[in-house]
Design a protein around this ligand. Structure first.
Ligand code: FMN
Length: 197
């Protein structure tokens, strides 16, 4: 994967998007950041850094209302090794993508990536999921979109929230075939830790 579009929407869990951007920057992978208008409020309420610092982590920033962005054009992305990760993904953005409703650049990019058969990962954030949410996720899974809710591995013995968040960000990237130091695969060391039981 040469380039990754990172979409951040107005769901709780902005910290996952920040962790992902940091890892991609360290790996020197080109990123395009789209922060939805509604995400701005959630960023001010829960993110550890302001929007402007999040934008500094990305290679390119895209206005969420700019439909003239090259990312919104199938002919511009069709030959690229590029993928889309929406993290966190609100139920509103999930619904828009499931119904081909391109009401901003991010949902338009998802629409274009589906038709151009480019890989997409959505990190949905809501609990409990309603039947509508689950139907939308099933529909998208049937179009080869990876639905990757932030569910954590505890056998790795995370000590801090950062441990949990970074491990999950690492797992997202592994789903794109991007190796990184944060994803911890199951191995015998974890079993050895249980010797005392
Ligand atoms: C503090 C806060 C937290 C929110 N958390 C969620 C959430 O976890 N999941 C969700 O689907 N919507 C959540 N919302 C509602 C979305 O922001 C709202 O549905 C919005 O329309 C999403 O738009 P967007 O997908 O274009 O960013 C939250 C809103 C606020 C203000």
């Amino acid at each position: 994967m040469d380039e990754v579009v990172v979409g951040i929407t107005g769901a709780s869990g902005i910290i996952y998007g920040i962790a992902l951007l940091r890892i991609l920057k360290d790996l020197r992978i080109k990123t395009h950041l789209i922060i939805s208008k509604n995400a701005e409020k959630v960023i001010t309420l829960e993110a550890p850094i302001p929007k402007v610092e999040m934008e500094e982590l990305a290679t390119e920033i895209h206005d969420p209302q700019d439909y003239s962005s090259p990312l919104a054009s199938g002919s511009c992305i069709s030959t690229k090794k590029i993928g889309l990760i929406i993290v966190p993904c609100s139920m509103k953005t999930l619904a828009a993508i499931a119904h081909g409703y391109s009401d901003n650049l991010l949902t338009r990019v998802a629409d274009v990536f589906i038709k151009e058969k480019k890989p997409i990962i959505l990190v949905p954030r809501e609990t409990p999921f309603s039947g509508i949410h689950l139907e939308n996720m099933l529909k998208l899974a049937n179009y080869n979109i990876t639905i990757l809710p932030p569910i954590h591995a505890f056998y790795t013995k995370p000590k801090t929230i950062d441990d949990l968040v970074n491990q999950f960000a690492g797992k997202i990237l592994i789903s794109f075939g991007i190796s990184n130091d944060f994803h911890q695969q199951w191995n015998d060391d974890f079993l050895n830790d249980f010797d005392h039981i």
